[in-house]
Design a protein. Structure first.
Length: 93
């Protein structure tokens, strides 16, 4: 008895959409973080506006923690493929 499965193209398209969204968010967050770090370094070297440099350094650390938090969700994207366990491969000689 054959069981009809979902086409792989639809699942792959959904995965690609999710990965594009996650990569776009990463690019946005990393560019914002680099801008804040650049501003922190410039204002800290200027030594007149140390308040801005401390706030932007704190914001940069918060953005870094957000990107690390979002990185947890990347392996959980469903691909439609069954994962093979490593134990099965170890016993095959």
């Amino acid at each position: 008895m054959s069981v009809r499965k979902k086409p792989i193209k639809k699942v792959t398209f959904r995965v690609n959409e999710m990965l594009v969204a996650i990569i776009s968010v990463y690019i946005l967050l990393v560019s914002l973080q680099m801008w804040l770090l650049f501003g922190t370094i410039n204002k800290a070297l200027d030594k007149e506006h140390l308040d801005f440099s401390t706030y932007s350094a704190i914001a940069s650390v918060i953005i870094f923690l957000c990107t690390v938090f979002f990185l947890r969700y990347v392996p959980d994207i469903p691909t439609g493929q069954n994962k093979k366990q490593e134990d099965e491969n170890d016993h095959a000689y």
